[in-house]
Design a protein around this ligand. Structure first.
Ligand code: ZN
Ligand code: ZN
Length: 110
């Protein structure tokens, strides 16, 4: 059985989709990265390598109120960035539920 490998656009984890997985997916479905909880919408699902995803956001659980929310690229674009430990930067986003400020850390891309 053919397996399609997709790199997560957020954490670069390889997501493996078998033919059976893809048979269950249609355009508009959302898949979630096991590793970083990024949500991606299927925008193409044709035969062979004809498969495309669009990043929707990263599902985050607020440490303050416990609600889940999506961090989108738009939110990150507006979020202030602070330097955390060496080699890491953190973006500050606000929880839409309780307005807590949450630091999201990313490893700086090479
Ligand atoms: Zn990921
Ligand atoms: Zn919250």
């Amino acid at each position: 059985m053919a397996t399609l490998e997709i790199d997560c656009p957020v954490c670069a984890e390889v997501l493996e989709l078998t033919d059976a997985d893809r048979a269950d997916l249609s355009v508009g479905d959302v898949i979630v990265c096991d590793s970083c909880n990024a949500e991606m919408e299927v925008t193409r699902n044709g035969p062979g390598e004809d498969f495309e995803l669009e990043l929707l956001g990263v599902l985050t659980t607020c440490p303050s109120c416990g609600e889940e929310f999506d961090v989108t690229e738009d939110m990150l674009a507006e979020a202030p960035i602070i330097e955390a430990e060496a080699g890491h930067v953190a973006s500050i986003v606000s929880c839409p539920h309780c307005r807590a400020r949450i630091e999201l850390e990313f490893e700086e891309a090479e």
